[in-house]
Design a protein around this ligand. Structure first.
Ligand SMILES: [Zn+2]
Length: 174
């Protein structure tokens, strides 16, 4: 399968296919070193951009390194991610023609103040790369105010709740 990294209308650099891809094909693996959630939070505390992908129960993340980290988010994507025996694969949601940019839904979670705005241009764009459950969580957190946010931080320090740098998640898993 021929994949090419070049500039993208969606954001910075994107990943394009030079050959046709059939629906259901495993396109590329999301590769990179696996590190603990806490180490990732510490490493990227002040970084606006991360390429972290949550695996399993979310206690480990893949620190993206390789072709798949260049694939942009879209709210109307042509690929999805799937966790197969602990490995994350980018899988085609439909037939994809040569020259098309590959996209998947990042379903970001564990966001901090960052809005993670989306500019994918899809008719159904939800305006952010956060997952729908994460959007609801953030709205509720806003409503509860800062006290709740501090509590979430404390829970996170205890390894229970979400907080820290945003991460990507496969649907149904993290
Ligand atoms: Zn969008």
């Amino acid at each position: 399968m021929g994949l090419l990294i070049r500039s993208s209308k969606i954001h910075a650099a994107g990943c394009y296919t030079t050959s046709p891809i059939r629906k259901g094909a495993q396109v590329v693996e999301y590769t990179g070193p696996r590190i603990g959630k806490r180490e990732a939070d510490a490493r990227y505390r002040n970084s606006p951009t991360t390429y972290l992908f949550g695996v399993g129960d979310g206690s480990m993340v893949i620190d993206g390194h390789g072709t798949a980290m260049f694939i942009n988010h879209s709210c109307d994507p042509n690929c999805e991610t799937d966790e197969r025996r602990g490995r994350i694969w980018i899988v085609a949601l439909r037939d994809i023609a040569p020259g098309e940019e590959l996209t998947y839904d990042y379903n970001l979670y564990d966001g901090d103040e960052d809005e993670a705005c989306c500019f994918c241009g899809a008719a159904c764009c939800r305006g952010t790369m956060y997952s729908p459950p994460e959007i609801q969580r953030r709205v509720r957190a806003l409503a509860r105010g800062k006290a709740a946010s501090r509590r979430a931080q404390a829970e996170s320090a205890a390894g229970k709740g979400p907080a820290g740098k945003r991460r990507r998640a496969a649907p149904g898993g993290r």
